[in-house]
Design a protein around this ligand. Structure first.
Ligand code: ATP
Length: 235
């Protein structure tokens, strides 16, 4: 479904991505793990068209998208829940969700998707009229994922869903990500510093270091890889 070939992205003189190649197949959860500053967020921003690519190719369902505008990428079926959540703090939960569906006109289906989200995250239902900015960190993360889902994407990009959350809340969010993948057959590309949780949840994984992909494989194999264990799992 998604294929990156030799992608380079620069911020001025800084080469954040140094020629990375990866792919995500339909129905998979694939994680990209790595330390702070490795280039994980830049990878997602490049896919979403929010940061310009310097060279390389990105295919989504066999179409080149690396020069496509961000709104067209959303319309094509890629939706991102960004790091730090970035919900609209002054808008209510309902309004935030409506914003996620801004490219859609199918009101009945939008309502259905909202009902699904409120089933998935009953807490959001309870707080539907509350301003996004007054939600807890975990609730804001739920809202960010839900807002991305409201675009009814084919591919969901998640940037550090565990960031700043308690272990309990992180587990809840990861359970929901698993559910969205299995119930909605949603394809998910997940960027995480919490390598253990990400690999536990995923089918496959990539390890990123200093702008390069240094390792890839089945998530179960990466979890037992000695280098991964030492560098990212603290064992
Ligand atoms: P983190 O987990 O801390 O978000 P990351 O793996 O997502 O890290 P990126 O945020 O993609 O890493 O950063 C990759 C490199 O690009 C880093 O060296 C970072 O300092 C640099 N970088 C990121 N954003 C910018 C920017 N807007 N301007 C200049 N350099 C940037």
């Amino acid at each position: 479904m998604l294929k990156l070939i030799d992608v380079e992205t620069c911020y001025g003189n800084i080469r954040a991505l140094k020629g990375i190649s990866l792919n995500v197949a339909e129905g998979e959860i694939v994680s990209l793990i790595g330390a702070n500053g490795a280039g994980k967020t830049t990878t997602l921003m490049t896919i979403s068209g929010l940061v310009p690519i310097s060279s390389g190719q990105i295919f989504f369902n066999n179409k080149r998208i690396e020069k496509t505008d961000p709104d067209k990428i959303v319309a094509a079926g890629i939706s991102q829940a960004p790091e730090g959540r970035r919900i609209f703090p002054g808008l209510s939960v309902l309004e935030n969700l409506e914003m996620g569906a801004f490219l859609r006109a199918d009101q009945r289906e939008i309502r259905k998707d909202m009902d699904y989200i409120f089933d998935l995250f009953p807490l959001l239902n309870k707080r539907r009229h509350q301003a996004g900015g007054t939600l807890s960190g975990g609730e804001q993360q739920m809202l960010a994922i839900s807002r991305a889902l409201m675009a009814r994407p084919k591919l969901l990009l998640l940037d550090e869903p565990s960031l700043g959350l308690s272990p309990l809340m992180t587990n809840q969010i990861f359970e929901m990500i698993k559910k969205i993948n299995s119930e909605q057959h949603m394809t998910i590309f997940l960027v995480e510093q919490n390598a253990y949780l990400a690999l536990k949840l995923s089918h496959r994984g990539y390890v990123m270091e200093n702008g390069f992909i240094t390792l890839e494989g089945q998530a179960a194999a990466l979890l037992t890889d000695n280098n991964v264990k030492k560098a990212y799992l603290g064992i």
